[in-house]
Design a protein around this ligand. Structure first.
Ligand code: NA7
Length: 553
């Protein structure tokens, strides 16, 4: 027998938990389905050595409860995965969220029942819930991407996927370990595994730009001062030009880069400015030069600075050159933030293989077969990324009005209105969906904004007796064009990254996140709401009951 709720939420990560809390606060009955055996989403699955957030602790946390943000104590400038997971568990307990969550349930289908204006949601364990609203809080980086490594299943040793890391302690002492993937994940894991393993071989296909985190324990005086002005910091994060991260000082810096362009000054001047950001650490480095993401000449100069730093750190010249990124402008693949990444290659127990020179022929039981030799290994670590942004949504069978599949609607790439709704899928919301700032922002800032916007819509509907909301196709077309226009004014499309779907064979190439920044995006949403939720159509009756329902608002 199906169970009936006011809303079904899919996912119990940072987005799903806050959605549940908000909806419950409105007096709605909610069922949350979560594939993991506990809360945490990304931070539940990604338990690999060195896993850490690249947004600072005091920013990467909920702002909706002042008591929570005042009481919770972070240890480091950048929070390690176990600490974030503890925080999320604390939130789940503090707000008594678990009782509405069903764990170890992977949602397989969500179908819109037109006649009754209900979503029918089914899990792999046979659950069947019906609710007028369905909210996908399924994460942007939650569907692992399985690399094409022929023979992987024959490998005799351990195979560890960073994004499905075992819960028990994995020990690499005395073992010869190989790792594929030098994105954010690999760059975090490599220095930690290198310290433990007998030998670590890094199989690098694409060299990436990485900035030192300059991580360390938080200074209690800094934390006290920060917390005293928490509301102001949060406001800056919400209105920030881009990421929505950092403190007031960093936010002010990012809004007014030290140099508007690197094109018309000497490389020495560029180096001086970049060095200042490099030594402070973190992704704010990308805020040093104003037009780094829109001017190729500027971008090249910033990239030159990073390459100079790599050559200065890595002692072996050939290894240093292999680590110097040359295939894409800096920032067009997500900038990495590391602790000791480049210096790790000075260790005698670490070697680097350039897969562009010596590609993998196959994986054999004893190791990795290259064109010129076999690299013998005991364990393999795959840090090979995700089917980003659309993967989690498209692996469910989502069908809207007239049985239309989401996979069909997105055949040529994801099209949304504000990253929140898709025409033809009434009452279905995506939290931080494609077309919203999402992965180009501090995710918690974006999650809170989306959750609050969705809650505002539901409140608006309740007050007016509306039963359904749908995105207007013209609004979707205009927004999709705006997302593309913004992206095309930058260098992002030159990166060949997962932002574009370029890491997954056959995936349509389309720049998915909104690059305009969380501040611009938020004000667009506010203006949409202030204008009666412009671009959304509301109806008082079930959509199928009549063709002439009260539409617009
Ligand atoms: P990424 O950034 O997608 O990195 C995946 C890495 O795996 C990247 O270096 C890929 O090289 C490499 N890869 C993928 N397939 C292969 C094969 N077959 N052979 C060799 N190398 C391969 O994922 P991450 O998990 O590091 O980071 C994702 C986001 O999570 C991150 O940006 C943060 O937001 C958190 P390629 O570049 O494709 O040549």
């Amino acid at each position: 027998m199906p169970e009936r709720f006011d809303a079904v939420v899919v996912g119990a990560g940072l987005a799903g938990l806050y959605m549940l809390h908000r909806l419950r606060g409105m007096g709605l009955s909610v069922r949350v389905y979560e594939a993991g055996s506990d809360v945490g989403g990304t931070w539940y699955w990604n338990r690999y050595p060195g896993a850490r957030c690249d947004v600072e602790s005091l920013a990467y946390s909920y702002s909706f409860s002042d008591e929570l943000q005042q009481q919770w104590e972070w240890t480091d400038r950048y929070p390690p995965q176990p600490e974030i997971l503890r925080y999320i568990n604390h939130v789940a307990d503090r707000f008594d969220l678990r009782r509405d969550i069903r764990f170890e349930r992977r949602v397989e289908s969500a179908r819109f029942n037109e006649a009754e204006c209900l979503w029918e949601v089914r899990s792999d364990k046979g659950d069947h819930a019906r609710a007028p609203f369905c909210i996908m809080a399924t994460g942007c980086l939650s569907t692992p991407f399985e690399p094409d490594l022929p023979g992987l299943e024959d490998f005799a040793g351990g195979v560890y996927r960073t994004n499905l890391w075992p819960h028990e302690n994995v020990r690499f002492e005395g073992r010869r370990v190989g790792i594929f993937g030098t994105g954010s994940t690999g760059i975090q894991a490599i220095p930690v595994i290198a310290r433990e393993a007998a030998h670590l071989t890094v199989f690098q296909r694409t060299a990436n730009y990485s900035i030192p985190a300059v991580n360390g324990p938080l200074d209690p005086a800094f934390v006290r001062a920060f917390k005293a002005r928490y509301a102001e910091h949060r406001e800056h994060q919400r209105l920030g030009l881009s990421m929505g991260a950092g403190d007031l000082e960093a936010a002010a810096r990012d809004m007014k880069p030290m140099l508007p362009t690197a094109e018309k000054v000497t490389q020495a001047e560029v180096n001086r400015v970049c060095e200042a950001y490099w030594s402070r650490g973190g992704a704010h480095f990308m805020g040093a030069i104003g037009d780094v993401m829109s001017n190729e000449a500027s971008n090249r100069r910033v990239a030159d600075f990073v390459r100079t730093r790599i050559r200065a750190i890595v002692r072996d010249p050939e290894t240093a050159e292999t680590l110097c990124p040359t295939t894409h402008p800096i920032g067009t693949k997500r900038i990495c933030v590391d602790t000791d990444y480049y210096a790790t290659y000075n260790r005698p127990n670490v070697s680097l293989i350039n897969l562009r020179k010596t590609p993998v022929e196959s994986i054999e039981p004893q190791g990795v077969r290259l064109a010129n030799r076999l690299v013998e290994l005991d364990d393999l670590v795959l840090a090979t990324g995700f089917d980003a942004m659309t993967g989690a949504l498209l692996r469910m069978d989502i069908r809207g009005s007239h049985g239309r599949k989401l996979s069909q609607a997105w055949r040529d790439g994801p099209r949304t209105y504000l990253g929140l709704m898709v025409p033809g899928f009434p009452n279905l919301f995506t939290v931080t969906g494609p077309g919203s700032p999402s992965v180009l922002s501090n995710m918690v800032v974006s999650i809170e904004q989306h959750v609050e916007f969705i809650a505002g819509i539901l409140e608006h509907m309740r007050e007016r007796g509306y039963q359904s909301i749908r995105a207007n196709p013209q609004a979707e077309a205009d927004w999709t064009a705006e997302v593309a226009k913004r992206a095309n004014a930058t260098l992002y499309s030159k990166g060949g990254s997962w932002y574009l779907g370029a890491n997954v064979e056959g995936k349509p190439r389309m720049f998915m996140p909104y690059v305009g920044g969380v501040g611009a995006y938020r004000s667009t949403c506010e203006s949409v709401a202030a204008n009666g939720y412009r671009g959304f159509n509301f109806r008082r009756d079930a959509p199928a009951a009549t063709h002439a329902g009260a539409s617009g608002s």
